[in-house]
Design a protein around this ligand. Structure first.
Ligand SMILES: [Zn+2]
Ligand SMILES: [Zn+2]
Length: 280
């Protein structure tokens, strides 16, 4: 009995030590929710991309029970630090639901293009008090950057964003579609591009922006990946890995045959492989 107690005491001591010294660079992972909705977690830092939308357009919706967990801040959506909106199309964003979410989760910051704010101001549930927790990306050509604190770290969430035109040609040039590059806890860098065009010219224009920081995993819409393949897409975005999202409910045959990596199964989790490149 004494031996057992000693062993138990040792286990408790070990556990306490492990809790007191969390790993300096914990791994990062991405959880796929639906369409372009992704939860990215690195240690205690959690961000959501395009999680609250209500229109399908042939793409999967976030399951009702998952939506309920997000709204209630239940695991794994507890402690979300920042929510990103790429653009205001109905398969990415629901203004009234976003109002409701921000009201229910007072520690969450929203980062979104200006048009999203206008939509929220005109939607049910708008409260001027929400303004203080919304960081607006103005509709400008130049890249934009900001850092947000989270979990006691001043620069836990480093955001570098650039407007990349929406796919579909010049007729959609007015859509404020943001491509976000986000570095969590100075370790993992991910990129979410909304419905970015596959046309390469605009990426060349923003070469300096993409070169400024290596991305561990980019999540382009699958049509970018299908047009260019993973190697060229990685080169275009300066990313180690590219995983396609915005995959229709009926997965296109050419995507299935392409051998490219993509997310289409809600709940699927991917480890973000951290590259050798230095994170400053
Ligand atoms: Zn769109
Ligand atoms: Zn879309």
């Amino acid at each position: 009995m004494k031996h057992l107690l000693t062993a138990l005491a040792a286990m408790v001591a070990l556990t306490t030590a492990a809790l007191a010294h969390p790993p300096e660079t914990p791994g990062a992972e991405a959880r796929y929710l639906a369409n372009e909705a992704i939860l990215v977690t690195a240690g205690e830092t959690k961000i959501l991309f395009d999680p609250l939308f209500s229109t399908s357009f042939g793409y999967p919706l976030v399951a009702p029970d998952v939506r309920a967990q997000i709204m209630a801040g239940e695991a794994p959506f507890d402690g979300v630090d920042v929510v990103f909106v790429s653009h205001v199309h109905g398969d990415h964003f629901d203004a009234a639901v976003m109002n409701q979410y921000l009201a229910a989760q007072p520690d969450v910051t929203l980062i979104a293009p200006h048009r999203a704010l206008l939509d929220m101001q005109g939607a049910a549930g708008w409260d001027i008090a929400l303004d203080a927790r919304i960081e607006i990306m103005p509709f400008v050509a130049e890249p934009q950057a900001l850092s947000l604190p989270a979990n006691g770290r001043a620069d836990a969430i480093r955001i570098e964003a650039v407007h990349i035109p929406h796919a579909g040609g010049p007729g959609r040039a007015g859509i404020q579609n943001m491509a976000y590059r986000v570095t969590l806890n100075n370790t993992a860098t991910v990129m979410h591009l909304g419905d970015a065009t596959p046309d390469t010219a605009i990426y060349s224009t923003h070469r300096a922006h993409f070169e400024a920081r290596r991305t561990d995993t980019a999540f382009p819409p699958y049509w970018v990946l299908l047009r260019h393949g993973s190697n060229a897409t990685g080169a275009l975005l300066n990313a180690d890995a590219a995983i396609g999202i915005h995959v229709p409910i009926n997965v296109p045959t050419d995507l299935e045959r392409s051998g490219e990596d993509f997310l289409s199964v809600p709940g699927e989790i991917r480890v973000i492989e951290l590259g050798e490149h230095a994170h400053d």
